[in-house]
Structures are given as C-alpha cells and as structure tokens.
Design a protein around this ligand. Structure first.
Ligand SMILES: NC(=O)c1ccc[n+]([C@@H]2O[C@H](COP(=O)([O-])OP(=O)(O)OC[C@H]3O[C@@H](n4cnc5c(N)ncnc54)[C@H](OP(=O)(O)O)[C@@H]3O)[C@@H](O)[C@H]2O)c1
Length: 295
C-alpha cells in the first residue's frame, strides 16, 4: 500500500470514521475529504483530521479520493454506497470499504458494479467516543473480508497501518462472527444492568450498584486474561453447589423476575459446560436437570 498514492475519503464522521481518519493521517496517509450529515460532526472531525475537505455532500467528498471508507450507521451503508456509485464518485479500480461486523459485501454491490474493489474491515472492539476509538483501534483485532486476494491484502495493510491486527473472515461467517461480538460485549453490558436491577431491589441505588460491582467485573476480566474461560469460572456452578443454585432459582421464581430466571438458568448451563472437568459426573447431571427445568 503506497502512502503517496492513497487518498482516503471518510463518509460518516462519527466515532469510528473520525478516529480512523485521524489514525490514517498519523500513519502518513492523505485524508482528502470527510462527509457527514451534520455540520456539528464535521466540526468535531476537523479537530481530529487536519486539512481535509469537510462537506455534507457525500458524492462531492467521494470524488476526491481513491479509497472510500463508509462509516455511517450500518442501516445506511447500502444507500450511501448507492448514492456514491450513482453520483459518479466510484471509479474503476478504487477501493470502497465499510467497517460493519454484521454486514457482508452485498451492501457495496453498486460500487463493485462500477468497478471498485470492495471489502469490509471490522474492529473487534467497542468505542463509546472518538477519543476512545483513537486509543483502542491500535492493538485491536480486525476481521477482514474481501472476495479476492489482492483486495484482502490491501485491506490488511490498511489495518496494520492503524496498528490493528488483521484476521481474515469469510463473508458467509460474518453473522456468526458478529453474534460472538455482541454476546461478548453488548450482552455483557446488559448482564451488568440485570445485576444493577437486582441490587436496586435491595436498596443499593444505580450509581452505587455499578460502583460496587466494577471491582468484581474487573477481577473477572483479569482472571479471563490470565486463565481463560475454564480457569476464570468461580461460583456455585464451578463448585457443584447444587443447594445454592436451587436457592437462587427458587428466589427468582415469580412474574417479575421471570426473564432473569431464564437468563440465570441458560447461562448457568454454559457455566456447567466449563465446570465439567472439576465437578463430578453425577453432580453435573443433577445440576443440568435442575437448570433445564427453568429454561
Ligand atoms: N462504535 C463501535 O463500537 C463500533 C465498533 C466496530 C465497528 N463499528 C462500525 O463502525 C461504523 C460506524 O459506527 P459508529 O459507532 O462510528 O457510528 P456513529 O458514531 O453513529 O457515526 C455514524 C456517523 O454517520 C453519519 N451519517 C449518518 N447518516 C449519514 C449520511 N446519510 N451520510 C453521511 N453521513 C451520515 C452520522 O453523521 P452526523 O453525526 O453528522 O449525523 C454519524 O456521525 C458502523 O458500521 C459500525 O457497525 C462501530
């Protein structure tokens, strides 16, 4: 990937687009233009990306580059790509990429039909704001999806230039790949919210509840890093404490906690899968029967 030849265009000046533009500039690439829907986002992007044309005109921006990164919300990628292609911003041989983990390359089809090389590069990471994204993109794993080797190699070089670690991902596997990411990150947050609600029931209020839980969460993440999932699992299922598990399940019975009861039972079955090496076969079977009863 030749630094002098590439002229990047970012469409969608949100968290990811702004951070990627900033990191590409930092790596010595030219960011020719940034397009977004609102002037506010463009003003913020200008604080991170110097000297690029800032515009709300997607096609005008697209025409200025030979590598277009579409970083709008996922639902708008297909329409944005269509606008770029039908507006004449996609020339033969340029690269057009998106950064969604959930979507395949079909959403970039208008660009491919216009002769572009299409790919997706998805950082397996969570970004709550631009600064966080600038900090966390370097060192993150990126799933790279392309339909030919040359485009994949180009996309991998792009990822490396931002300090990311590329891994190839087949287009047909993207949905399952994204389910894994959602379970690991978004649903973990949902789970912590469920714990918050339980603590609120016993009078520990919202801010206090999360504050009390955070050292426990951090300790768990630290154990995961050191010991992997099997080694990190503690608690009643890992110990085979059927009496405790039964008491928890009984406490959760009733209309108000029905959802948490099912979540508890379902996730405990996954925990049991990890505990099987430590807990006796007969205890595992008894636990499994008990848990399945509450699904
Ligand atoms: N955030 C994450 O944790 C994360 C992680 C991995 C991958 N991704 C992927 O990265 C991509 C961007 O996500 P994000 O979190 O950066 O989203 P975001 O912060 O919501 O940014 C999306 C930006 O797109 C702009 N936009 C909306 N409609 C537009 C249009 N019609 N034309 C041009 N710009 C438009 C919005 O502009 P205005 O602000 O101007 O309205 C907004 O700034 C998505 O594909 C997402 O799946 C995100």
């Amino acid at each position: 990937m030749a630094k002098r030849e590439e002229r990047f265009v970012i469409i969608g000046a949100g968290r990811v687009g702004t951070a990627v533009g900033h990191l590409l500039q930092g790596a010595g690439f030219k960011v020719a233009a940034v397009a977004s829907r609102s002037e506010d986002s463009l003003r913020r992007a200008a604080e991170f990306i110097e000297g690029a044309v800032m515009t709300t005109d997607v096609v005008k921006a697209g025409r200025k580059g030979n590598a277009i990164l579409i970083t709008t919300p996922d639902d708008l990628i297909a329409d944005t790509c269509l606008s770029l292609a039908s507006g004449g911003a996609v020339r033969r041989g340029i690269h057009v990429l998106h950064m969604s983990g959930a979507l395949g390359l079909d959403v970039l089809e208008p660009a491919r039909e216009a002769g572009a090389r299409t790919a997706s590069v998805h950082p397996l990471q969570t970004f709550a704001d631009v600064k966080g994204a600038v900090k966390r993109i370097p060192g993150s794993v990126f799933a790279v999806t392309a339909r030919d080797d040359a485009t994949r190699e180009w996309a991998e070089a792009l990822v490396r230039s931002m300090g990311g670690e590329p891994v190839p991902l087949a287009e047909r596997d993207k949905t399952l790949y994204h389910i894994g990411a959602v379970v690991a990150s978004n649903l973990l947050v949902a789970l912590e919210h469920a714990a918050e609600l339980v603590y609120q029931e016993i009078g520990i209020y919202k801010d206090t509840a999360l504050k009390a839980l955070l050292p426990l969460i951090e300790g768990t993440v630290s154990n995961l890093r050191r010991l992997g999932t099997e080694g990190a699992l503690t608690g009643p299922v890992a110990r085979g404490d059927i009496g405790v598990v039964r008491r928890h399940l009984e406490c959760l019975q009733g209309e108000e906690r029905e959802l948490l009861l099912r979540v508890y039972a379902a996730l405990s079955l996954y925990a049991l899968d990890l505990a099987e090496a430590e807990v006796s076969k007969s205890r595992c079977e008894e636990l499994e029967e008990l848990l399945r009863h509450y699904l």
